[in-house]
Design a protein around this ligand. Structure first.
Ligand code: GLN
Length: 392
């Protein structure tokens, strides 16, 4: 018997009913998209008009059900080049109007086929604008997507959503990070060695460093200070990653060991939250987070505004209007989101360390913030301006 053509499979799935049930009882009815079945996670929305392949494969989305606000998704299909990690991590995918036929010179297969192959349950045909407004008003919350020919009644589905774990307090880095160290070689002449602690690293991050002559030693999430210094690094990096930064006690202690040794240090996203905690600041959960590729951020050390890629549901609680005294010397908020004044970057003034809450690797997203990788290089090169004021 020959297997049905992908188009036939897709048309069959489109006839399968699906329902999305939020933990506050609101529900949306649509059709199955990707795998048929059920899934649970934290409902969040992403405002990117493009870059769904990078979003789906970003390990920071582990355990999150991502709602795309752009109405048409899947138009450019799926390729074997743009993955940010080894698999799709989102717990579920929510779209309004999926492409029936992808069209792009790099596309190898349709998005819904890839979702189905990787077992990712999605829903299509729902009012994603109404859902996004609901999440903005009520905040990110738990959700379930259920699809199949015979769905249970909504009250029963809701009680299952309420049993799913919350994102607050979730310790997830070790579930996504590499278990074995590996090396991303420098492109061209090698200038520096960096130990990069993988908390859910995106592939483009070591790539952006390699392009600048850095040999990147990617290390598991539970690496110790000794593991880091065993690679004899010129700089240390802490990556993005899923879950609640309040759970990352081990990584905070390791980073404090790096700060004590005054090795040049750079952190992105989860890495920024860990630097915040290492300096003695707290972290908190945002109401609905920042996810997309069009977020305005001001670099307060230069005054410049950049349009940036974000994916964070937590943030650092640090004073915006003063330099703080920390156990590692003076520190300040270097970057701030112009939409809501959320802390988007930290900079130590007496230790060569800095971090940003957003994504200078820009996968996907604008390249405005690529200069941050150059700042890291300057720190490792011992540029005096970089060491004392990092660009002010
Ligand atoms: N992309 C990230 O590193 C996200 C960090 C953290 N999990 C948050 O949601 O805020």
């Amino acid at each position: 018997m020959t297997a049905p053509a992908p188009t036939t499979l897709r048309l069959r799935r489109e006839r399968v009913p699906a329902v999305l049930v939020l933990e506050d009882g609101r529900s949306f009815h649509g059709q199955a998209y990707g795998a048929v079945g059920e899934t649970f996670g934290e409902a969040v929305f992403n405002t990117g008009m493009s870059g769904y392949q990078e979003t789906l494969t970003d390990p920071s989305y582990h355990r999150q059900v991502v709602v795309m606000t752009a109405p048409q998704i899947g138009n450019t299909g799926w390729n074997d080049e743009d993955d940010e990690s080894r698999r799709i991590w989102v717990a579920g995918f929510v779209v309004r109007d999926p492409a029936r036929v992808p069209s792009n010179w790099r596309s190898l297969r349709p998005l819904d086929e890839e979702l189905a192959t990787q077992g990712v349950v999605g829903i299509s045909g729902i009012d994603t604008r109404a859902l996004t407004r609901h999440l903005r008003e009520r905040g990110a919350m738990r959700v379930g997507i259920f699809s199949g020919p015979a769905l249970a009644d909504e009250q029963a589905l809701l009680s299952r959503v309420l049993q799913a774990p919350e994102m607050k307090g979730a310790d997830l880095c070790a579930e996504v990070a590499t278990t074995e160290p590996y090396i991303v070689p420098a492109v061209g002449e090698k200038r520096f060695t960096v130990a990069a602690v993988d908390l859910g690293i995106k592939a483009m991050t070591p790539q952006r460093m390699a392009e600048r002559g850095i040999e990147v030693h990617v290390l598991p999430a539970n690496s110790t200070v000794e593991d880091i210094y065993a690679v004899n690094p010129d700089g240390v990096f802490f990556s993005n990653g899923p879950g609640d930064p309040a759970t990352a006690d081990h990584q905070v202690a390791v980073m404090q060991g790096v700060l004590e040794r005054k090795t040049p240090l750079f952190g992105i996203c989860f890495g920024n939250q860990i630097l915040g905690r290492a300096l003695g600041f707290g972290t908190y959960k945002l109401k609905y987070g920042h996810r997309g590729i069009n977020q305005p951020v001001q670099d307060r050390t230069t005054g410049k505004v950049e349009v940036t890629a974000h994916n964070h549901g937590f943030a650092v609680n640090a004073p915006l209007d003063k330099v703080s005294d920390t156990p590692y010397g003076r520190a300040q908020v270097s970057h701030v989101c112009l939409n809501d004044d959320v802390v988007e970057g930290l900079q130590c003034l007496d230790t060569p360390a800095f971090s940003v809450q957003y994504h200078p690797e820009a996968a996907a997203g604008p390249h405005d913030a690529a200069y941050l990788f150059d700042r890291f290089v300057d720190l490792m090169a011992g540029a005096p301006a970089a060491r004392t004021t990092a660009g002010s």
